[in-house]
Design a protein around this ligand. Structure first.
Ligand code: M6R
Length: 341
């Protein structure tokens, strides 16, 4: 059943190029997509990994389509009253997360138009929301979300492409090739540094900040190492006090307008003793020269690199958890679907 893989998580990681490609195509071909007419102001509600996918959408949508996108934890949204937007989008792999269902009910009671993005046909959320877009991830068995995250990004990126009049069609059509190229990474050098740590950081800027948050969540949940995701510029506002030789930092320094400032941040972290694992573009000798371990990813548009780096971070969590002999597919204290508040 695991298709020759030792764990469902690895099998599901390997399915991602196809899942991304299929989900983009099916969303693009969905006749309801143009009818959705995403308004100028949108709120997205979600939990956990789905929340991180929503944050990535926020960065991309605000940068490229100039719409206002706010992202709220579903568990908060239902108990306070943010200024309501014209449309509320709920993102949930299972379609059964109690907090996300309650948030979308609340949006409906406030007369918002509602859209669900989910992986499960006939799930509870599909019966509540006005509209539904489906992810083509197939059943996800591992508690740690991997291919469902990628499928959520695929739906969001297809929505973005629609909002931007097809500007990203070619980019999205080739994105799976970059993901394909990193799947076999085993990341031994990075794992050797991380596996002995009890705490660590993930940092990025712009769209790579939520990518860092998701990388840290994956590491926490399956390796049990306390990992924190941070916007790179924020570390010096407090967390620097925690940096030492014993707190590895994973720094995402792919090409972007913030590349230069990321390199400065890395030097500051190194100066405080932290071992730094850098993830950057293939052939970037400058970044490579200042970090302890360099993980190259194919150079591409930041839309594609957000996806590729996310997959590398899933693999980093997976191989670290293997080194620590953890229960990969069923981490302690966690359930696949959180159906109570
Ligand atoms: O089914 P949902 O997408 O609503 O689940 C939300 C979270 O519980 C989920 O994303 C969780 O954070 C992941 N399983 C973590 O890998």
């Amino acid at each position: 059943r695991k298709g020759g893989f030792e764990h469902y998580m690895l099998k599901e990681i390997y399915e991602q190029p196809k899942v991304f490609f299929d989900t983009v195509k099916s969303t693009e071909n969905d006749s309801r997509l143009p009818m959705l007419r995403i308004p100028a102001e949108v709120t997205v509600v979600a939990c956990g990994t789905s929340y991180h996918a929503a944050l990535i959408f926020r960065y991309l949508a605000e940068e490229y389509s100039h719409k206002r996108v706010s992202v709220e934890f579903a568990s908060e949204f239902k108990y306070y009253t943010p200024p309501i937007r014209d449309m509320v989008i709920a993102v949930t792999q299972s379609g059964e997360t109690a907090d996300t269902l309650a948030a979308i009910e609340r949006a409906k009671s406030r007369n918002c138009s509602t859209l669900a993005i989910t992986n499960v046909l006939g799930s509870s959320i599909t019966r509540i929301a006005d509209w539904t877009l489906f992810m083509c991830a197939g059943p996800e068995i591992s508690v740690a979300a991997t291919k469902s995250f990628t499928a959520q990004l695929a739906v969001f990126m297809a929505i973005l492409n629609e909002m931007c009049d097809g500007r990203f069609t070619d980019t999205l059509a080739r994105a799976h090739c970059s993901v394909e190229r990193v799947l076999s990474y085993e990341l031994e050098d990075a794992v050797a540094i991380i596996k002995n740590a009890s705490e660590m950081f993930y940092v990025g800027r712009g769209v790579f900040y939520p990518v860092a948050l998701e990388g840290a969540l994956k590491m926490k949940e399956i390796s049990y190492i306390h990992a924190e995701g941070y916007a790179a510029g924020e570390l010096k506002h407090g967390p620097f006090a925690l940096l030492s030789e014993e707190t590895p930092v994973v720094a995402i320094c792919t090409p972007s307008p913030t590349y230069g400032v990321m390199l400065s941040n890395i030097k500051e972290m190194k100066a405080r003793g932290a071992p730094v694992i850098g993830i950057g573009a293939e052939g970037d000798t400058e970044a490579q020269s200042i970090v302890d371990v360099f993980i190259p990813v194919p150079e591409d548009h930041q839309i594609v690199q957000a996806l590729t780096v996310s997959v590398v971070l899933q693999l980093l969590a997976y191989h670290t958890a293997i080194a620590l002999n953890r229960d990969i597919d069923k981490p302690r204290n966690l359930a696949k679907s959180v159906t109570v508040e």
